[in-house]
Design a binder for this molecule. Structure first.
Ligand code: SAM
Ligand code: SF4
Length: 440
C-alpha cells in the first residue's frame, strides 16, 4: 500500500504529517512517488482562515475525480479543520467520497484507523474532543535531511479573540526537556544542521511541567548539542518575551538572530479587543530592547487587517507602527471570522472590499521597508546555510542567513549543506543575491 499526504497550514501540521508518515511506514506502507500512485491519500488541514478551508474543499473535489478513476483509493481527512464541530456534516454533504475523518488528538492512531476503513461500509469518523497525554517515541519520516522541525509543546492557552487554534488544538502541553534534548541530539548525530522548535507560544514552554525549567533553559541546553549549528523557534508571543529570554538568546552561539513577534495590530484598542495582552508601546520597547541586545537582529511579524471595529484611524495606527518598527518582513492577513471565536460575533465587521484595500496599502508600505532593510545588507558578508539548488534557477544555490533571509548565489554542489560566507551584491524585496566571499 502506498500513501501520499497533502499538507495545508503551518509548520506544526508539517511536523504532524512527518509523524503520520513515520507511523504508516512502520506499518508497512510505502510513500507514493506521485499522487496517482497512492492507495491512501491523507489531507492534513488548516482552519485558521476561511481561505484555507475553501482550498481544502477544492482539493477534496479534485480527489473525488481521482477516486472515480481508482475506486479502491482511500481518502482520509485530519488536522485542525477536522476538529471543528461543523466539519463532519460538511464533509458528509460536500465530500461524501472521504473514507476517514480523524482529528489532531488521535493522529497516532492513523494506521489503526485505516485498518478500520478497509472493513467499513461507511465513512469512519473518530474525532477526540479532548487532548490526550503528550506521546513520545512515535516514529517519524522527516522531509528534509538538513533542517528539522521539533515540536516542543502542543496547544495554546492564549485565546486571542480571533483565533481557532485554542479551540482545535486544546490546552498547552509541553514535552519533557529530556525527550526534546534526546531528539535533538539524535538529529545532530544524523547530520541535521538546523532545528526549529515549534509551539503556538514557545515562551510558555515548561509552565505546565510543574518545575521551573522554562524556554530560556531549553535554549541554553540545546545550544550545547553537537552538530546542530542553528536553532530557531516559532512562534513567540510578545507578551511574555522575557528579559531573561533575550539575555539567553544574546549569549547563545546557535540561536539565530531572528525574532518573529506577531504584533497583529498597531492600535491599543484593537489589541485589547484581540486579547493580546500588550500595548503598542510595550511592543515597541520590546523590539528596541532586542535590537540593543542582539545587534543586526531581524524582526518579522504577523498583522491582521480588518479586525471588527477597525476604523481608518485604527488602521492608520497600524501603518504608523509598521513604519516605527521597521520590520524585516510581515505576514499580512485579512481578518477571517471563525465560528466559535468571540471576534466572529463582535460588532463592526469590516466589509471585505475595505479589508482588501487596507491589506494592499499595508503591503505596499511593508514591501518598501523590507527592500530598504535588504538594501542595507549590500556589501556585507553573511553566513548562509546552503539548502540546495534554487528551484527557479538551477544555476544558483539557495540558502538562508541566520536572520532568515533567502540568499541566491552561484556555486558548486559541494557547498550544499555547508555554512558558507556570502557577500551580498544585490537586494530585492524578498531575496538577496550574493557571491561566495573569499576566505580570509
Ligand atoms: N501562535 C502564533 C501566534 O500567536 O502568532 C500563530 C498562530 S496563527 C496559526 C498564525 C497567524 O494567523 C496569526 O499570527 C494571525 O496573524 C493569523 N490569524 C489567526 N487567526 C486569524 C483569523 N481569524 N483571521 C486572519 N488571520 C488570522
Ligand atoms: Fe492563536 Fe493567539 Fe494562540 Fe497564536 S497565541 S495560536 S494567535 S490564540
Amino acid at each position: 500500500m502506498k500513501y501520499h499526504i497533502i499538507n495545508f497550514g503551518c509548520q506544526m501540521n508539517l511536523r504532524d504529517s512527518e509523524v503520520m508518515a513515520g507511523i504508516l511506514e512502520e506499518n508497512g506502507y510505502e510513500r507514493a512517488e506521485s499522487i496517482d500512485e497512492a492507495d491512501v491519500i491523507l489531507v492534513n488541514t488548516c482552519a485558521v482562515r476561511d481561505s484555507a478551508e475553501r482550498k481544502i474543499f477544492g482539493q477534496l473535489g479534485t480527489l473525488a475525480e481521482l477516486k472515480k478513476k481508482k475506486p479502491s483509493l482511500k481518502i482520509g481527512v485530519t488536522g485542525c479543520l477536522a476538529q471543528r464541530p461543523e466539519t463532519p456534516s460538511k464533509i458528509v454533504k460536500l465530500a461524501p467520497h472521504v473514507d476517514l475523518l480523524f482529528g489532531v488528538h488521535n493522529q497516532h492512531e492513523v494506521a489503526k484507523l485505516l485498518q478500520q476503513v478497509k472493513a467499513a461500509e461507511e465513512m469512519v469518523v473518530d474525532i477526540w474532543d479532548q487532548e490526550g497525554d503528550v506521546l513520545e517515541h512515535l516514529p517519524s519520516r522527516r522531509e528534509d535531511g538538513l533542517k528539522a522541525w521539533v515540536t516542543i509543546m502542543y496547544g495554546c492557552n492564549n485565546f486571542c479573540t480571533y483565533c481557532v487554534v485554542p479551540l482545535v488544538r486544546g490546552r498547552e502541553r509541553s514535552r519533557r526537556p529530556e525527550s526534546i534534548l534526546a531528539e535533538v541530539r539524535e538529529l545532530g548525530e544524523k547530520g541535521y544542521k538546523e532545528i526549529t522548535l515549534l509551539g503556538q507560544n514557545v515562551n510558555s514552554y515548561g509552565k505546565d511541567l510543574g518545575g521551573n525549567y522554562t524556554f530560556p533553559d531549553l535554549l541554553r541546553d540545546l545550544d550545547e548539542v553537537p552538530g546542530i549549528e542553528r536553532i530557531r523557534y516559532m512562534t513567540s508571543h510578545p507578551r511574555d518575551f522575557s528579559d531573561r529570554l533575550i539575555e539567553v538568546i544574546a549569549g547563545s552561539r546557535k540561536v539565530c538572530e531572528h525574532f518573529h513577534l506577531p504584533i497583529q495590530a498597531g492600535s491599543d484598542e484593537i489589541l485589547r479587543r484581540m486579547n493580546r495582552g500588550y500595548t503598542r508601546e510595550t511592543y515597541l520597547e520590546l523590539i528596541e530592547k532586542i535590537r540593543r541586545a542582539v545587534p543586526g537582529a531581524s524582526i518579522t511579524t504577523d498583522i491582521i487587517v480588518g479586525f471588527p471595529g477597525e476604523e481608518e484611524g485604527h488602521f492608520q495606527e497600524t501603518l504608523d507602527l509598521v513604519r516605527a518598527a521597521q520590520f524585516d518582513a510581515a505576514f499580512t492577513f485579512i481578518f477571517s471570522p471563525r465560528a466559535g471565536t468571540p471576534a466572529a460575533k463582535m460588532p463592526g465587521q469590516v466589509p471585505y472590499a475595505v479589508k482588501k484595500e487596507r491589506l494592499a496599502r499595508l503591503m505596499e508600505i511593508q514591501n518598501e521597508i523590507s527592500l530598504q532593510k535588504n538594501l542595507a545588507l549590500v556589501g556585507q558578508t553573511v553566513e548562509v546555510l546552503v539548502e540546495g539548488r534554487s528551484p527557479k534557477n538551477p544555476e544558483r544555490l539557495t540558502g538562508r542567513t541566520r536572520t532568515n533571509k533567502i540568499v541566491l548565489f552561484a556555486g558548486p554542489e559541494e557547498l550544499v549543506r555547508q555554512l558558507v560566507p556570502v557577500e551580498i551584491v544585490r537586494a530585492k524585496t524578498w531575496t538577496l543575491d550574493g557571491q561566495v566571499a573569499a576566505a580570509n
